[in-house]
Write a protein that binds this ligand. Structure first.
Ligand SMILES: C[S@@+](CC[C@H](N)C(=O)[O-])C[C@H]1O[C@@H](n2cnc3c(N)ncnc32)[C@H](O)[C@@H]1O
Ligand code: SF4
Length: 438
């Protein structure tokens, strides 16, 4: 009989479980829920505000995020107007006792907005939502061509303390091969500009498994990244996803992802980084803000913008999701025209079993692991009784229990993208499969 480890290794890149359940498991809700009711019983003292900007200067061939390339100015103006209307309604629905303790502005590419549009976005977050950006950990994504001085200044002055920039590779041919025309000189200037403006945390995104990439060229990209001494680095294995530019071409290159992962991990650990998860590495010299430790298990998330997700304990919801150009455009246009944002009509209800699964998936894929006692306190049972399959991870050397914490081993962590989906419920697997087929 084939062991679990052998089984997982056959397909180590099944799915990136950064949230559970994935948005492709969301569906139109049988009965729409008023946001007022969805948030009524929630603890709102420590909420995460996420603002989504679904615009980019290009559509990279690998990317399936909810974003559209080069929208016209009218679409952007209408989007910011809709964002404000949504903020007013959502804020009203949340009621009293609300405190935002973290902010993330993501995309797409938020800095596709110009400096004045970014000011408008911050005004909405601060004045309508009462989110005190300068006093809380606040992060924003950017891209090399859009990280210019006027935009970065707005971000810094309005209180952003973490900038994350998509580099992917310092080798031009590798990024161009995936439909992202990018000059390394521009990448370097943009990073230097971010440094000059004094953002406390700089994150660089790099990708491995790109066509034409080798373990040696990957190492060269990592070394180029380290010259900027980023506080954080995310290493993303390439996923070729349905409906993206790359999916139209058959895969013609060797899969070197596991070799690149191991190389990247070893290099970053020796350069003084600690591993936070399979993708995330943080410099050991960074003092982590006490208030930056957002607890994904406890805190609610309020998403603003088209494509943004919101999470209460029992209901996850968003606007409808698409990857193809026409789907995305249509969804943004109907968002822009919408006159009511007070109801959730697309999402996923978490049953008690799904709540427990979410807890397990979100903790076990982090290097610091799943605290057995936290689970017991929260759900009143032992996690190993609720999910007996976890014992297979320990018996096969993919995890161990140390100081009452179940942690993936080195061999387990590199299989994170197989272990996450292995823990999904049958229902979620089925919904994702149906979504991908339609
Ligand atoms: C929102 S983007 C980052 C900011 C900005 N839009 C940019 O690309 O420069 C998020 C990151 O997800 C990663 N990513 C997106 N699609 C991916 C895929 N198919 N496979 C692996 N990584 C991917 C890329 O590293 C990208 O930088
Ligand atoms: S990788 Fe970034 S710039 Fe490229 S399409 Fe995706 S979100 Fe836009």
């Amino acid at each position: 009989m084939i062991s679990l480890a052998q089984n997982l290794r056959q397909s180590p890149y099944a799915s990136y479980a950064y949230s559970y359940p994935h948005k492709t498991a969301y569906r139109p809700l049988d009965v729409p829920v008023r946001l007022k009711d969805a948030w009524l019983e929630e603890n709102k003292e420590s909420l995460f505000l996420y603002v989504h900007v679904p615009f980019c200067e290009m559509r990279c061939g690998f990317c399936n995020l909810f974003t559209t390339a080069n929208p016209n100015e009218n679409l952007i103006t209408a989007y910011l107007d809709a964002l404000k209307r949504q903020a007013v309604e959502v804020r009203r629905a949340l009621g009293g006792g609300v405190r935002f303790t973290r902010l993330a502005i993501g995309g797409g590419t938020p800095t596709f907005l110009d400096a004045a549009e970014l000011e408008t976005l911050f005004d909405i977050a601060e004045n309508v939502f009462d989110c005190k950006v300068a006093h809380i950990p606040a992060s924003c994504e950017t891209s090399p061509p859009t990280a210019d001085e006027p935009r970065l200044r707005v971000l810094r002055e309005r209180g952003i303390d973490r900038i994350s920039i998509g580099v992917q590779s310092f080798i031009e041919a590798e990024v161009c091969a995936v439909g992202r025309s990018q000059r390394t000189r521009i990448v370097e200037h943009s990073i230097a500009r971010i440094r000059k403006l004094g953002f406390p945390v700089l994150n660089l995104d790099l990708m491995y498994g790109l066509p034409g990439q080798t373990v040696e060229s990957w190492r060269a990209s990592l070394q180029a990244a380290l010259r900027f001494e980023p506080e954080e680095i995310y290493l993303y294995p390439l996923y070729v996803r349905p409906l993206t530019g790359m999916s139209r071409h058959p895969k013609e290159w060797d899969d070197i992802r596991l070799a690149c992962y191991r190389e990247g991990r070893a290099l970053l650990l020796s350069a003084g980084y600690e591993q936070v998860s399979m993708r995330m590495f943080r410099s050991r010299s960074v003092a982590i803000r006490e208030d930056a430790v957002y607890c994904c298990q406890d805190d609610g998330m309020v998403g603003l913008g088209c494509g943004a997700r919101s999470y209460t304990r029992k209901l996850h919801y968003s606007s409808e999701y698409a990857v193809g150009v026409n789907g995305i455009h249509g969804i943004i246009e109907s968002y822009n025209e919408s006159s009511s944002f007070a109801v959730a009509d697309y999402g996923f209800f978490l049953s008690p079993d799904e709540e427990r699964r979410r807890f397990v998936i979100k903790s076990i894929l982090r290097a610091d692991g799943l605290e057995l006692d936290s689970y017991r306190q929260r759900f009143g049972h032992s996690v190993l009784d609720d999910f007996p399959q976890l014992a297979r991870l320990t018996s096969e050397g993919l995890a161990s229990v140390e100081s009452d914490t179940l942690k993936l081993s080195e061999a387990g962590l590199e299989l994170s993208d197989a272990i996450g989906p292995w823990l999904y419920s049958t229902n979620v697997h089925e919904l994702i499969k149906q979504y991908e087929l339609h």
